[in-house]
Design a protein around this ligand. Structure first.
Ligand code: MN
Length: 502
């Protein structure tokens, strides 16, 4: 069987999509989760884009021990130098360079002809190889590039020393049949292609990103670029969890496997969704809330007789929490640690000791503890903490119909600050009081409140998106009290925005 390399670009293609910008600590949390998941390559960003991006890529490179770390760059010496400087501290650094090859991009965007394009590919592949042993070349808009020229471009990059060739469907235009033929043709017409890895990078504009990636695999591609939850430019990229589970569930159909630990898929999906503050649709394949729920009577009847009637994937295989009652007030540390492990969290003794008191506290406040509660609790305790410039200390609200007032107490650098404001409702008043204390007039972009689990004592999870000019951050708060969850989320987003480095 053939191993398919999983190249995750959540932190690059995903992060550059609207509303998905991440704080450095969030990027590090995600990189850590991706490494624990077992992805082969983590694309950490575009180091030449900004100073903040450079630092983020550098920090991720330093943090990753097993996964290779790639940085994306254009065919420019300064870009390549900057990228190499950012990733060279990685255990396995990879320079990822690209140039567009399709007629519309060459003529309208780059204003160069095909011969010039080949010269550039040759020159910069050689330059990148003079710095790093692992060089990936991507031909942007490969799927709309005439196959003769794509073959020449690939041949040029292979001769110049590229070790991976990526053939993106940048616009999400290709069909699976076309993708298969493209990869098959490259494999049969490029000398030395057996010494490089062919890679797919498919966008989902027509909903075919996963199908196209797998068509490439069927034709001989051995790397798939994807993102957690399929986030990315426009309609997004091929979803990592779908690629991994398609290959795992239909192993024989593809004669291929990945090294991803599927039990950590749900946990990773939740982390990314939480960081960007976007809930998944319930019917999202593999990780959606309803992905394994059987509703119709006929289906339920079948499942009760034999799960194989309607279930092709066991939810435990992706680490999906089931909502049955599992732990209670008297459960011990051992039972708690074991459940966390089943849910895809590899906790250290230290982390268990840190989170266990919070679990006990929750068990006192809430009768039934579900897996979803545990998951929310673990997410809150295993994530890197953004330095708490402000911490919520206390609050009091009074509300009547459309008017409310809130007193909020925040702590900052040993000082206690408080203010009281009125607003349209208790949450509005509370947010205004926080702004009054911090003296910041950040713009509220989005506010959402969801229950993490079921029942009247369910945990509420609040998400607050704040903006300062072009920069947006997402704050989270979890509590059995929705007002407290909301204020915590507002403070969290404020702390992140105050420490954002562009
Ligand atoms: Mn892309």
């Amino acid at each position: 069987m053939n191993k398919i390399l999983i190249f995750d670009t959540t932190l690059r293609d995903g992060e550059q999509s609207p509303g998905c910008s991440m704080h450095l600590s969030e990027k590090l949390d995600i990189a850590e989760a991706l490494e624990a998941l077992g992805v082969d390559v983590i694309e950490a960003g575009f180091p030449a884009a900004s100073e903040g991006e450079f630092k983020a890529v550098q920090s991720i490179a330093a943090a990753c021990k097993n996964s290779a770390v790639a940085g994306l760059c254009r065919c420019k010496k300064e870009d390549i130098d900057k990228t190499y400087a950012a990733i060279k501290g990685a255990a396995h650094p990879r320079i990822h360079i690209f140039i567009a090859t399709s007629p519309v991009h060459l003529e309208r965007k780059l204003h160069i002809d095909q011969n010039r394009c080949l010269e550039i590919i040759d020159e910069y592949t050689r330059y990148a190889r003079s710095l790093a042993g692992d060089v990936q070349f991507s031909f942007e808009d490969a799927s709309r590039t005439p196959i003769d020229f794509l073959t020449k471009a690939t041949q040029t990059a292979v001769l110049a020393g590229a070790t991976t060739i990526n053939l993106p469907d940048t616009t999400g235009y290709a069909t699976p049949q076309e993708t298969y033929r493209m990869v098959d043709s490259i494999i049969n017409n490029v000398d030395g292609i057996e010494n490089v890895v062919l890679s797919m990078h498919c966008h989902n504009d027509l909903g075919m990103a996963v199908a196209n990636s797998l068509a490439g695999v069927a034709a001989g591609a051995r790397q798939v670029e994807c993102t957690v939850n399929g986030i990315g430019e426009r309609a997004g990229n091929a979803a990592l969890e779908e690629i991994v589970m398609a290959l795992k569930t239909r192993e024989n159909a593809f004669d291929a496997y990945t090294d991803v630990d599927s039990k950590k898929l749900y946990r990773t999906s939740r982390l990314v969704s939480s960081v960007i503050g976007v809930k998944l649709p319930p019917n999202k394949a593999i990780v959606g809330k309803n992905a394994f729920v059987h509703e119709s009577g006929i289906h339920q009847h079948g499942i009760m007789q034999d799960k194989a009637t309607y279930e092709i994937i066991n939810p435990e295989a992706v680490g999906m929490p089931q909502n049955e009652l599992l732990l209670g007030k008297h459960s011990g540390k051992h039972a708690f640690a074991q459940l966390a492990d089943e849910m895809g969290y590899s906790l250290t003794e230290e982390q268990i000791n840190a989170v266990f008191p919070a679990y006990k506290e929750l068990a006192d406040r809430k009768k039934e503890i579900t897996r979803a509660d545990i998951e929310a609790l673990l997410a809150g305790h295993t994530r890197r903490i953004v330095k708490r410039i402000y911490a919520l200390k206390d609050y009091e609200v009074s509300a009547y119909k459309n008017s409310a007032s809130a007193s909020v107490v925040l702590q900052t650098e040993g000082k206690t600050l408080s203010d009281k404001m009125s607003g349209d409702g208790p949450i509005d008043a509370g947010f205004k009081a926080i702004s009054a204390i911090t003296g910041q007039s950040f713009k509220l972009i989005d506010y959402q409140l969801h229950s993490v689990s079921e029942g009247k004592d369910a945990l509420g999870e609040a998400t607050v998106k704040l903006a300062d000019g072009d920069v947006q951050t997402t704050g989270k708060g979890i509590s059995t009290d929705v007002l407290e969850a909301s204020l915590l989320a507002y403070v969290d987003a404020t702390n992140k925005l105050l420490q954002y480095e562009a």
